[in-house]
Design a protein around this ligand. Structure first.
Ligand code: 8YV
Length: 328
């Protein structure tokens, strides 16, 4: 019997390809070629499943051109590359990869916070450039992390992980703002207090963004919000590009209206706003918050298992639009 055909849109662990090949005829992209939309559509035609990452946009145009498609499994917890409504309308299942990356990503958020507060990359560049010729009392003085007020915008699983690290590991006062307030038990576990967005911006010494991207969260941090922050505050974005207005942020950093920023995600990445590349008080990383070998393998395994379990048993592990299952 012919195996169902799937596409793996980006390069991935060879063992994941081998696992998928046990169940499917797999077209892979192990050379990690950058495909145009037309090339993606061409390769997706005739496939019933797609293994995607955050860089592969699946929208109404792609779906209309690929009527055989039944499932797109994203190797990411975020899924703003999917038009879930259009997928549901066409009976295409969408799955993401939650949970397996929570602690790794929270670790990274904290690392970025610490690097920014303590000016680690800025001082390393100075040292590497051979500029360190004597010690000075005020050299690269940053801001404290322990005991400071940690603000979290978006209090899902990763936000809670960051809150626990701050409260229990660093004795920080934790405040958060979210679409909905957490239950009392979770608030207690995270030692976190719910506040308005305005109070969060006014009060946080370190503000971490962990909310999902949607049109509603586009530029949730823009010039007006930056103006409410303390001049010493740091802003950390491990969520998605587009949540911060990068041009407004670069200007605020240049004018020292906030203390610093740590950014793992950017508007229009992999391009980075040129002004962010020239301000010193910003730590920049290329969207690597979930990048440890075990976590990336766990994410890829979950995406693969979603494809296998749905296409062979109709039982996906982490469906985003389970209504599709009822339609079948
Ligand atoms: C992914 C991420 O590595 O999971 C997410 O939402 O942003 C990252 O962990 C990236 O999106 C590639 O799929």
């Amino acid at each position: 019997m012919n195996k169902p055909k799937i596409l793996v849109a980006r390069a991935i662990f060879p063992e994941i390809i081998a696992r998928l090949q046990q169940h499917f005829e797999v077209e892979a992209n192990q050379a990690d070629e950058t495909w145009s939309r037309a090339q993606l559509i061409e390769r997706l035609r005739g496939k019933v499943g797609a293994f995607t990452t955050g860089t592969d946009r699946i929208d109404a145009e792609v779906l209309a051109a690929c009527p055989d498609l039944k499932i797109c499994a994203n190797m990411a917890v975020g899924y703003n590359n999917f038009d879930v409504e259009a997928m549901t309308a066409r009976g295409v299942l969408a799955t993401n990869a939650p949970d397996v990356l929570t602690e790794t990503t929270a670790d990274f958020g904290f690392a970025l916070l610490m690097a920014t507060a303590r000016r680690i990359t800025e001082s390393e560049h100075f040292l590497r450039a051979g500029q360190w010729n004597k010690w000075r009392y005020d050299m690269f003085s940053g801001s404290d992390v322990h005991g400071a007020t940690l603000g979290i915008l978006g209090m899902g699983r990763i936000g809670q992980g960051i809150a626990r690290r701050g409260a229990h590991g660093f004795g920080m006062k934790v405040i958060y703002h979210n679409r909905s307030r957490l239950d009392a038990v979770t608030e207690l576990e995270c030692k976190a207090r719910f506040v308005s967005k305005e109070e969060l911006l006014n009060t946080a010494d370190h503000l971490v963004l962990v909310l999902p991207y949607s049109p509603a969260s586009h530029h949730a941090i823009g010039a007006a919000e930056l103006a409410l922050m303390k001049p010493s505050a740091t802003l950390i974005n491990i969520a998605r590009g587009g949540i911060v207005d990068d041009a407004a942020l670069a200007q605020a950093l240049r004018e020292r209206r906030i203390g610093g920023a740590g950014l793992d995600v950017f508007e229009g990445e992999p391009r980075v706003h040129p002004d962010l590349l020239t301000v010193p008080n910003v730590v920049l990383t290329p969207h690597i918050a979930s990048a440890t070998v075990p976590t990336r393998l766990a994410m890829a395994t979950l995406a693969a298992d979603n494809l296998i379990d749905y296409l062979t048993q109709n039982k996906p592990l982490t469906p985003l639009n389970p209504a599709v299952l009822a339609i079948k």
